[in-house]
Design a protein around this ligand. Structure first.
Ligand code: SF4
Ligand code: SF4
Length: 201
């Protein structure tokens, strides 16, 4: 009954924060004393997110803030976001970080982020791994099945082509990257919030 009432009257049942402050996100790994990047990800004072493995050895001033880069095309959504996660060839570490998001510590539901088992209900396709022969058709099909407006956010050094010959954007249009190997759950949350136009302040 309340569903019908809600649909008719457009009742907002949950008030997810429009902007999410750092204080509302659980702390990431503590960053240590500043060090030079051993992987050459910092050049002329700028971070190259595609080279950054998120090893957290450094404390570059932008280390925590600039962990999500190049979200080109944020969605103009009200507040909630439905996400379909696809592993196209990972070592499984990215998956472990994504799996943390729904647990009680990160609890992304309180921010209005939900994972859906089908791309047909998804706003965002979250992809990790090096696209394998077997998964390329699955990746393309998942993208095709998503309703408009849709966005693709890729996670980690494999998916963005830093570690692999193939990258996700060789097969589907990509709207944003979250760097790391693997990215931390907080970085993934920031990427999703940014994609929803609700990036952390
Ligand atoms: S976190 Fe990134 S920038 Fe910092 S040391 Fe590791 S790879 Fe280099
Ligand atoms: S980016 Fe790193 S953690 Fe993620 S799948 Fe690739 S190797 Fe594994």
């Amino acid at each position: 009954m309340w569903i019908i009432k809600g649909l008719r009257k457009g009742v907002i049942t949950s008030d997810y924060p429009k902007k999410v402050s750092d204080e509302e996100l659980p702390p990431s790994f503590p960053l240590e004393t500043p060090k030079e990047c051993p992987f050459g990800a910092v050049k002329d004072g700028k971070l190259d997110p595609k080279k950054c493995l998120n090893c957290r050895l450094c404390n570059v001033p932008f280390g925590r803030k600039l962990d999500v880069d190049d979200v080109r095309n944020p969605l103009d959504f009200k507040r909630s976001l439905h996400v379909f996660f696809l592993d196209v060839g990972t070592c499984h570490a990215c998956n472990r970080e994504v799996a943390q998001l729904q647990g009680p510590y990160y609890d992304v539901h309180r921010l209005g982020i939900f994972f859906t088992p089908t791309p047909k209900h998804a706003d965002v396709l979250l992809v990790a791994g090096c696209p394998t022969d077997g998964m390329v058709p699955v990746l393309k099909e998942a993208y095709e099945l998503m309703p408009e407006p849709k966005r693709v956010l890729v996670l980690g050094a494999c998916a963005n082509g830093s570690l692999c010959r193939r990258k996700v954007e060789d097969f589907v249009p990509v709207d944003g990257y979250v760097s790391g190997c693997p990215p931390s759950p907080v970085q993934i949350i920031r990427g999703l919030l940014k994609m929803a136009g609700r990036d952390a302040e």
